[in-house]
Write a protein that binds this ligand. Structure first.
Ligand code: SF4
Length: 332
């Protein structure tokens, strides 16, 4: 607005139209002059990512396949759980981190999403859903490593939490990372204060570096040192995600090591039984191993949840996103 010699409050008015009124039509911005509206139309366009397909799981989870303007596809997953409606959003088309248990990794990195494409998933899903089903929580955990698309991620998160933007409480947003230590440190300084979840997935570097190549750059000790210093608001904790792979990282000894490693870090642990996909080299843990793992950690006073696989029948569960068309999808 300054560049166009407009008053600064015009920017506030435009923000209100876009993020509070959710208008996609410059002509609807009736408190702006006709010439400013025309100017905006000449330079910008507004819209939502196109919902190409919607697939509904037997458990009520909905997977949205979005087609972006350049034809690339991404996915977001809406997960209802009583009053909580969580939306898992993507930050990249594909991912370059190559975790061996993740279907997204097989795509490689095609490109980063822009801030509007990240936010657009949230706005488009809410627009598609009835008032009673609107998203209450956001997890940035879909396709891609969010911190590998740092600038767009930060811009999108600022717009999500800002009072002029989408006004989502930072307590209701969780950023998930595979552990890019330098970027975690940089992110601390942004002071956005969303929840942080870290995919640990192993208790020894020999195993972790095999399933998550990023471990070679940031080994477990370096990652945990950085997290010990991570600033947390009162009563907030970090989350450690641990995908259990049968015979790889699900032994009792792993549980013992994990309890030792996390000592002193205010945290909770999410155990995620591996969600199979075609061509995967891994199996889910046995029920026995899963419960033993959980019980041991509980006995050491950790808060531990077993993450129910949601949307696994539509390849919508953790590690299963690859922006593929599915036969049971509803074309939009
Ligand atoms: S688990 Fe996350 S970081 Fe690893 S390859 Fe998949 S999308 Fe990328």
């Amino acid at each position: 607005m300054a560049e166009w010699n407009e008053k600064p409050y015009r920017a506030d008015q435009i923000f209100t139209w876009v993020y509070h009124q959710k208008t996609v039509d410059f002509d609807a911005m009736t408190n702006l002059s006709k010439s400013l509206r025309q100017h905006l139309k000449d330079y910008f366009h507004m819209g939502f990512p196109r919902i190409a397909q919607k697939t509904v799981s037997a458990d009520g989870t909905i997977k949205y396949l979005f087609q972006l303007e350049d034809g690339e596809n991404i996915e977001a997953v809406w997960i209802p759980d009583n009053r909580r409606k969580t939306l898992c959003i993507s930050t990249q088309v594909g991912c370059r981190l190559g975790c061996s248990f993740c279907l997204t990794a097989t795509l490689g990195l095609k490109r980063n999403l822009t801030p509007s494409e990240i936010l657009g998933q949230y706005m488009a899903v809410n627009r598609d859903l009835p008032e009673t089903e609107q998203v209450t929580n956001v997890v940035v955990m879909g396709m891609g490593e969010p911190l590998d698309n740092y600038d767009s991620l930060v811009a999108a998160l600022r717009l999500m939490v800002s009072p002029e933007g989408l006004r989502i409480s930072n307590r209701r947003i969780t950023l998930s990372t595979s552990g890019l230590v330098d970027k975690i440190k940089k992110f601390q300084a942004e002071n956005i204060m969303v929840n942080l979840a870290v995919s640990l997935n192993a208790t020894e570097d020999a195993t972790r570096s095999k399933i998550m190549p990023i471990d070679k750059k940031y080994p477990i000790a370096v990652l945990l040192d950085c997290l010990r210093d991570y600033p947390l608001k009162r009563k907030r904790r970090l989350t450690f995600e641990y995908v259990l792979l049968r015979g790889t990282n699900d032994s009792h000894e792993d549980a013992v090591r994990l309890a030792r490693l996390l000592k002193g870090i205010p945290c909770k642990v999410n155990l995620i039984p591996f969600n199979r996909f075609e061509g995967a080299d891994y199996e889910a843990p046995s029920e026995e191993a899963l419960l033993d793992f959980q019980n041991y950690l509980i006995s050491k006073n950790y808060t531990v949840f077993i993450r129910k696989p949601r949307g696994a029948d539509i390849l919508g569960a953790c590690g299963q996103l690859a922006a593929q068309s599915l036969p049971q999808a509803i074309p939009q």
